[in-house]
Ligand binder design. Structure first.
Ligand code: PEP
Ligand code: MG
Length: 496
């Protein structure tokens, strides 16, 4: 029988299944409207209390939705006007929000539907008094749709996830990849309480596996974890991260530091701007956790496919800082005050001209002066626009460059992010040619150069970039092993 598997997060997992099903049956027509109004108020309170003490930003956004008066008003109106039960009124209200979001052109917003469903499921479970008792030991989660809150609450026990459907960029999917938990979708009907293996290498699920299969998967899991880091003097193997929760992996794998912290994701968890203090806490914790290793924060990179619910940003780039002055200044202040070891780097994305770069750099330096902060800090830029690449010699003020091959491939070859993974060789060769000037410029001026787009993790491409003298690469933690191997092969070859 076809398993119809789609891999959302790769890996191997073995465990006993635990199945949760969404959306429970409930009455539609209210017997007593006042009872329904009171039930809904109580459910809101209970849901909100259940999130107390959870400091993950994901739960903060759920709490904000729960306490939003618009939600309560919307549901109450439906109870009164259409004589609905609290569950039915909630479902109808959420459906209306979902339709609005799905009609937007933003993939980011569309994927947020899962967050909304997660919150509404939490409320419905309270209303129908359906409470799952999750196993207190490792298990494989089986569900219709992954609710990120379940993943976060049981992260230490969830070995793998199988759901009927999932968006690749949904919050749950991103989280599963971040936490390196194997996650597949399948149309198979899988019961609770059976032993099961997920093996994304074979693109298969094994129900009731044999002893041999279990041992095999355990062995593969072990191999997956062990990396012999090759000596790589003069080179840096760096990590791209989205949030503080990834730093533990960065340390575990033995990365030399963080080459790209995509800070816009820290903002996306909320429906209001983070305050200076909230940001200071997040960045300080990050710097402290990593210690004295190199750490590069990128200022929030919003627009196009990356939208923040409470901000209007049409295109990615410089103007977003001018249009969101206060947010930029709060972020810069928080970075500067979190620079505990004087090792911090700050970089700006999507820079096109030297005027843009110089303007932002002076802005940062003025803030630093106002704060009386004398810790060293390097200020650089992403090299990810065609215009900046063509005028690389203009950027004499930038302390360093980080090549963003995702946006660059889009601008140079019209390849979107998904297609970059299967980039034709002719484009890699062309990019290699174009980047020679950048390497020369950096060598002459002593500026640091690294690469942080997806191509840094594609062995065929990394090899060509190593050949022209690019020595520092920043990749997602899950690509560490491949990068380490590619560099090891390259070094062996040139030494023979
Ligand atoms: C890039 O464009 O290559 C890059 C690393 O930035 P992001 O993927 O966050 O746009
Ligand atoms: Mg980019």
């Amino acid at each position: 029988m076809s398993q119809n598997l789609k891999v959302i997060s790769p890996g191997y997992a073995y465990g006993i299944t635990f199945k949760v099903s969404d959306y429970t049956k409930y009455d539609i027509i209210a017997k007593d409207k006042n009872v329904e109004l009171a039930r809904f108020t109580e459910a809101l309170k209970e849901a909100s209390i259940s999130l107390d003490g959870q400091d993950n930003p994901y739960f903060l956004i759920q709490k904000l939705i729960l306490t939003d008066p618009l939600l309560k008003d919307g549901v109450n109106k439906l109870i009164l006007r259409e004589n609905l039960t609290a569950e039915a009124a909630l479902n109808k209200t959420i459906k209306k929000y979902e339709d609005q979001i799905l009609n937007s052109n933003s993939t980011y917003l569309q994927e947020r539907v899962y967050d909304l469903k997660d919150m509404s499921q939490r409320l419905i479970n309270i209303l129908v008094d359906k409470k799952y008792t999750f196993p207190n030991k490792p298990f494989i989660l089986v569900c219709d749709e992954l609710l990120p809150s379940i993943l976060l609450e049981h992260v230490n026990n969830i070995q793998g996830i199988i759901s009927k459907k999932a968006g690749y960029m949904s919050h749950g999917a991103i989280l599963a990849r971040t936490l390196e938990i194997p996650f597949v979708t399948s149309s198979l009907e899988i019961p609770s309480n059976i032993p099961l293996i997920i093996d994304t290498r074979l693109n298969k699920i094994f129900l009731n596996p044999t002893k041999e299969q279990i041992n095999n998967i355990k062995k593969l899991k072990k191999q997956e974890m062990s990396v012999d880091i090759i000596p790589h003097e003069g080179m840096l193997l760096l990590a791209n991260i989205y949030g503080n929760e990834e730093i533990r992996k960065v340390k575990k794998y033995g990365f030399d530091g963080i080459g790209l912290y995509r800070t816009e994701f820290v903002f996306m968890h909320n429906n209001r701007p983070l305050t200076y203090n909230e940001q200071l806490n997040i960045y300080t914790e990050a710097v402290k956790t990593l210690g004295e290793k190199t750490f590069c924060f990128r200022t929030f990179d919003i627009g196009d496919d990356k939208q923040i619910p409470y901000l209007q940003a049409h295109k990615k780039g410089f103007l977003n800082y001018i249009n969101n002055k206060e947010m930029f200044e709060d972020q810069i202040k928080a970075f500067i005050n979190a620079n505990l070891y004087g090792k911090m780097k700050i970089m700006f994305p999507m820079i096109e001209t030297k005027e843009e770069f110089n303007y932002l750099k002076s802005w940062v330096l003025n803030i630093k002066k106002e704060l009386n902060n004398d810790k060293p800090i390097k200020i650089g830029m992403m090299l990810e626009t065609k215009m900046a690449l063509e005028h690389i010699y203009d950027f004499t003020e930038s302390d360093f460059f980080s090549i963003g091959t995702n946006d660059l491939s889009m601008q140079l070859y019209h390849l979107d992010r998904e297609k970059v993974k299967k980039i034709p060789s002719k484009y890699i060769i062309d990019l290699q040619k174009k980047l020679k000037d950048v390497v020369n410029f950096c060598n002459k001026t002593g500026k640091e150069l690294s690469m942080c787009g997806e191509l840094a993790a594609l062995p065929e491409a990394t090899k060509l970039f190593l050949e022209i003298g690019i020595k520092n690469f920043s990749v997602s933690p899950s690509a560490f092993k491949d990068l380490n191997e590619t560099i090891s092969k390259y070094l062996k070859n040139i030494n023979n």
